[in-house]
Design a protein around this ligand. Sequence first.
Ligand code: NAX
Length: 331
Amino acid sequence: AKNPVRVLVTGAAGQIGYALVPMIARGAMLGPDQPVILHMLDIEPAAEALNGVKMELIDAAFPLLKGVVATTDVAEACKDVNIAVMVGGFPRKEGMERKDVMSKNVSIYKAQASALEKHAAPDCKVLVVANPANTNALILKEFAPSIPEKNITCLTRLDHNRALGQISERLNVHVSDVKNVIIWGNHSSTQYPDVNHATVTTSSGEKSVREIVIDDNWLNSEFITTVQQRGAAIIKARKLSSALSAASSACDHIRNWVLGTPKGTWVSMGVYSDGSYGIQEGLIYSFPVTCEKGEWSIVQGLKIDEFSRAKMDATAKELAEEKSLAYSCLN
Ligand code: NAX
């Protein structure tokens, strides 16, 4: 039998946490033969709720779940973890300035970076979900210099999956027959969902999405804004933000990272830019990646047209601004 993997979920008493921990305990993140020990962190006001989640995990009698740590102590939460899913953060409340929200999250991510650096397993893989996800991940990277930068990522897989979903609905094909969309840039409304390289598997082979969706106008406008604004549409409908889809996409992100992407398929991940596609180094930017043996690599050589270039640069510009704002909060 495999040794259990320790998975940290921060903000575990929140709504994404509540959807995510049972998925992990059922093997949706690391596979149906991989035992796990869940480490759940939340803050003092949520301690009782967190303990309630722990009680339910015990009650669900998950065969793969070999232990549960529920704590408000960051050091204890990070102890020996192999995977860290950072869902906890400070939400933007009505009337709050962007800078104030940034400042709260910068201090949270700075502190949690240090705790991970001190206490986590040295090869720990980190996924930041909490917004502003790219910039929180960047701060985490800055303050955990001993964690390899390749191990620090943020979630744009939900946006990627939303793009697959929109194409599959439009074409009335199964979502698993659509692949290789790309989310470029920030997990925000400036993200660029790109279908130029996406394909659909049909009875007569693989076809490009552009070829099948004849309506370029839809692909160049409504499709993009629908994906960009999907989070807001969910809030409007549910009066709560996306939770089950975010949790499921977080599992997809880690599963593909650890166990690999299928041959010929790429996914979107927010990763530290190495300058690929002319995106400045020093930003956590969402790129198309393939994964093998626990390592992601950016898909190279895709042709970028002028329309895409402008959108990729606009979202990079926003990330550079977020980065300066975050740094200004450090002083
Ligand atoms: P909730 O407010 O339901 O839960 C957040 C939890 O984090 C709360 O239990 C809170 O007590 C806890 N928390 C706050 N500060 C903490 C700290 N310093 N350490 C540990 N825990 C802390 O929010 P939820 O709906 O679960 O969303 C969580 C985060 O995900 C938010 O930042 C949200 O904006 C972000 N999202 C990111 C998405 C993505 O694709 N990257 C999509 C979904 C979601 O909007």
